[in-house]
Write a protein that binds this ligand. Structure first.
Ligand SMILES: [Fe+2]
Length: 578
């Protein structure tokens, strides 16, 4: 049975394919069309899913979409009626969305087939149920608390659920305009980070701040029994899309979120690309702290309602790895399951898995869905692309490849590492990564100057052998998808100077031999040379979506000052090609 899951006409459009209940392929459209956070119809992602199994769209049995514009309709109408200026907008938005709901016609047009030949049954699932489904159904548990939070989806910003067997029972929703995601976005905009997805950047700025604005910022978002509410006087009225606009080319733009009251309370907003002052750092600090206070207030409530130590969590805010790292000390949950695509691309997996388990009533079976669900490329294809790029290269067996790359990293080189199937979700996890020595002084600046050109305050991440995590970090809960930030033990901070953030933390990836044997062995080979079971791992890209195909990796290697590229079994070195 084939089930195709989709996130479409929403940021991070994506497709995922389930074969007999197992996720066998998943990819965000941005990796294929190279438009970051693309929010149109995921035509290329659908084709890639089908190509992977050699199927045609007419072979698909079920189509599941992680969006249901009829969900929470009464709440939407209630909101529109209470805000008369918005009624026209509300009607227009619904009219505009109507053709987007006709998946059959859209699919037939995109894949150039007769709509009558499409035999799939269509399912639309509310946004946050799809988020929770994406986490719970991939988890090893038969019972869990389910939690999803983000800016907005189907007029909801937060959902709590009880997950048991193959069912998800919704316990509570927080409706717009109250939104923890919108709170975070608004402050990010105010301090000059105005692009969709900038929230992750600002999280790195927070530890530079001091506790000077926490009390004042707490007024913007208040706690109430089991929930929270925004003081809307600090926000511009955003409407049901929470200020997110999709342009005709599929790119996403954010409307200004903050109101004149924010300016009155905190001064003029910072213009993008100007100097960052202590005020911005303090605001970032206060924002992260308040975010955590609200989150843990909600999670404590959820735990009271679902007496269980396991938490399946998703939604764009679940990418807040700093909050995730504190969860075990601030909330009663002992284990979390956050799948790698916790943001909106994950809706494709969630909708498909929900259809299989909850709609078709198929039993759960534990399959650890890893992160390596994207395409891979043959050696012949890679070699042909290297030749086309006129690069000199060597082909190596597995052991010499690991030895050569480990040696180069140990010597302070920056190495592109392109292997196997591409990662699913926003993190590079050792298959589309740029690797470097984690303990060389100045490595962060060198990487930024030569390739990444990221803001000075953003840390780089460590990948560590899973069984060595406790030696280096103060928490032992695994972080296979780089979604937890933990303190680095004092005695190890010098060894990890290039990945040790200003507050002595690191956003680690714990690497197991089972999950990624080649990457695991590479880190072991590096350890044999340096005594450090850790490499610095940053995504393989330069201000673009992470590379997907060999020619994109080769192009990035050529145009940046990367020292070497290990792509499949081939190694190419910059000096030999200059
Ligand atoms: Fe979402």
């Amino acid at each position: 049975m084939l089930i195709l899951g989709l996130n479409m006409f929403h940021a991070d459009a994506s497709a995922a394919l389930l074969q007999d209940g197992e996720v066998i392929f998943a990819i965000a459209e941005e990796r294929l069309n190279r438009v970051k956070h693309y929010a149109g119809f995921p035509t290329l992602a659908i084709k890639a899913c089908l190509d992977f199994v050699g199927a045609k769209i007419t072979d698909v049995d079920h189509m599941a979409v992680g969006q249901d514009s009829d969900a929470n309709l009464a709440k939407k109408v209630q909101y529109a009626v209470a805000n008369p200026a918005r009624i026209l907008n509300f009607i227009r938005l619904r009219q505009r969305k109507q053709p987007m709901r006709d998946v059959r016609s859209l699919m037939a047009k995109a894949l150039d087939v007769d709509p009558k030949a499409l035999r799939f049954q269509e399912h639309h699932l509310e946004h946050h149920i799809a988020h929770i489904a994406s986490a719970y159904y991939c988890s090893p548990w038969d019972k869990a608390a389910g939690f999803s939070y983000d800016g907005s989806g189907d007029f909801v910003s937060t959902m709590m659920a009880r997950c048991e067997g193959n069912q998800i029972e919704v316990l509570d929703r927080v409706f717009l305009p109250d939104s923890l995601g919108s709170f975070y976005t608004m402050i990010c905009e105010f301090i000059g980070f105005q692009q969709y997805g900038d929230e992750g950047k600002v999280m790195g700025l927070a530890p530079y701040g001091k506790d000077t604005l926490c009390d004042r910022l707490a007024k913007v978002i208040g706690l109430r029994n089991g929930s929270f509410n925004l003081d809307l006087s600090f926000f511009k009225s955003l409407g049901s899309n929470q200020g997110m606009h999709v342009l005709p080319d599929g790119t996403v733009r954010l409307a200004r979120h903050f109101s004149p009251r924010m300016v009155k309370a905190f001064g003029d907003p910072r213009e993008p690309h100007t100097e960052i002052t202590q005020r911005e750092m303090d605001l970032a600090y206060a924002m992260q702290r308040r975010f955590e206070d609200v989150l843990f207030h909600l999670l404590n409530q959820l735990h009271q309602r679902v007496s269980c130590e396991d938490l399946a969590m998703a939604g764009g805010c679940a990418l807040n790895s700093v909050a995730n790292g504190k969860l075990f000390t601030r909330a009663p949950f002992r284990r979390t399951w956050i799948q790698p695509a916790a943001g909106d691309e994950g809706l494709a997996i969630g909708a498909a898995l929900h259809t299989y388990h909850a709609v078709l009533n198929q039993p759960r079976r534990f399959v650890r869905e890893g992160a390596y669900l994207g395409p891979e490329f043959s050696d012949a294809r890679i070699e042909s692309d290297l030749k086309k790029a006129k690069l000199r290269y060597r082909k190596l067996e597995r052991e010499p490849l690991l030895e050569t790359v480990a040696q180069k990293i140990a010597a302070g080189n920056i190495v592109g590492w392109f292997q196997g199937r591409m990662e699913w979700g926003p993190r590079a996890l050792g298959n589309r990564s740029i690797l470097a020595h984690p303990g060389l002084p100045g490595m962060k600046d060198i990487l930024n100057a030569r390739i990444k050109q990221r803001e000075w305050f953003r840390p780089f991440a460590p990948s560590i052998l899973e069984e060595r995590q406790c030696e280096y970090f103060e928490h032992d809960h695994p972080s296979p998808f780089m979604l937890h930030v933990y303190k680095i033990r004092p005695e190890k901070r010098a060894q990890l100077s290039a990945v040790n953030h200003v507050d002595d933390t690191g956003r680690l990836q714990s690497v197991s031999r089972e999950e990624n044997p080649l990457y695991y062995e590479l880190i072991r080979a590096f350890e044999q040379k340096t005594g450090i079971p850790v490499v610095l791992n940053t995504s393989f890209n330069e201000n673009e979506p992470i590379v997907c195909q060999p020619e994109e990796a080769i192009d990035c290697f050529k145009r940046t000052r990367m020292d070497a590229l290990a792509i499949g079994p081939y190694v190419t070195v910059k000096t030999e090609n200059q």
